[in-house]
Design a protein around this ligand. Structure first.
Ligand code: SIN
Length: 289
């Protein structure tokens, strides 16, 4: 049996035959399982109620929203975030991204002096926090001239649904430790979350472990837990449930941290990729499935 034998059962984000499900925005899926490009909105101005409500629906459905040609200010970026919750604070003491004059907006700038970039492994943001962020909004005003610097996203709904029935039973009830010190150094949080969680809005199950932060599964002997984690890391980031976003100047990616992983591809050194990111506070600890 192939590793993708369960693929036909995966609920696809674009299962409707209607090309656009909405009245006040347009949403074009970019892959069968994750991501949609949103048009018909101007994020430099406040949005109408119907647009906000449809963006909420699209966010729950597609898990990652992409916007093009949006030359936004900090205030515009914060306003977009505020439609979904309160602005959150990064838990890392010293990270590769830097705070700006507005401490809730972080600068993501890489150039010929960069030794490292943020987010090169598939991960969900700050899963080491007791309540990890709901999501993040990354705006890039400057991108490499010859392409490169894409961000990849993976649907943890699709990854969960493709597990064998036996594996789903085995994982249920297990918890894992997420250790922020592995990424951000001393003083960052360490938290325990269920291995399989339930999205607080959609109620759908997801795999909630990731390469960067998850150190071990608490209820298993170390070797067994390490092998299971490695299986899950490899499984979660299979190309079958990913999409790859090619940035253009003034593009935005807005991802749901509760049901996706993402990875920044650093193939553009010594060119410049530059922008700003805000994060939105989560509302509950990850809920056990
Ligand atoms: C990150 O948030 O991990 C960085 C994503 C990116 O720069 O594409």
């Amino acid at each position: 049996m192939s590793g993708t034998a369960h693929l036909p059962q995966i609920a696809k984000v674009a299962s409707s035959s209607k090309s656009n499900l909405y009245n006040a925005i347009e949403a074009s899926p970019v892959s069968p399982h994750v991501g949609a490009e949103i048009s018909g909105v101007d994020l430099t101005r406040p949005l109408g109620n119907e647009q906000v409500s449809e963006l909420h629906d699209a966010f729950a459905r597609y898990q990652v929203l992409f916007f093009r040609d949006q030359p936004i200010s900090f205030d515009d970026q914060i306003r977009l975030a505020s439609y979904f919750g309160s602005l959150g604070r990064h838990v890392g003491a010293s990270t590769i991204s830097k705070s700006t004059a507005n401490e809730l907006v972080r600068k993501f700038h890489y150039d010929e002096t960069s030794k490292q970039i943020s987010g090169e492994n598939f991960h969900s943001d700050q899963s080491c926090a007791e309540i990890p962020p709901l999501g993040s909004i990354l705006y890039n005003h400057t991108v490499p001239p010859d392409g490169g610097g894409d961000t990849m996203f993976a649907s943890m709904y699709a990854a969960y649904e493709a597990l064998s029935p036996n594996m789903k039973v085995y994982l249920r009830g297990l918890t894992a430790t997420h250790d922020g010190r592995r990424v951000f150094g001393p003083g960052t949080p360490v938290s325990v979350h269920p291995v399989i969680t339930r999205h607080p809005v959609t109620g759908r199950e997801v795999i909630f472990v990731n390469t960067d932060f998850t150190s071990h599964i608490n209820e298993l002997p170390r070797l067994e837990g390490d092998r299971i984690l490695q299986f899950l890391f490899d499984h979660c980031n299979k190309p079958e449930w990913t999409c790859r976003f090619r940035w253009r100047p003034h593009s935005i990616a807005f991802w749901d941290n509760r049901c996706t992983h993402h990875k920044a591809v650093w193939d553009y050194w010594p060119n410049v990729r530059s922008g700003f990111r805000v994060q939105i506070e989560g509302t509950t600890p990850p809920i056990a499935a």
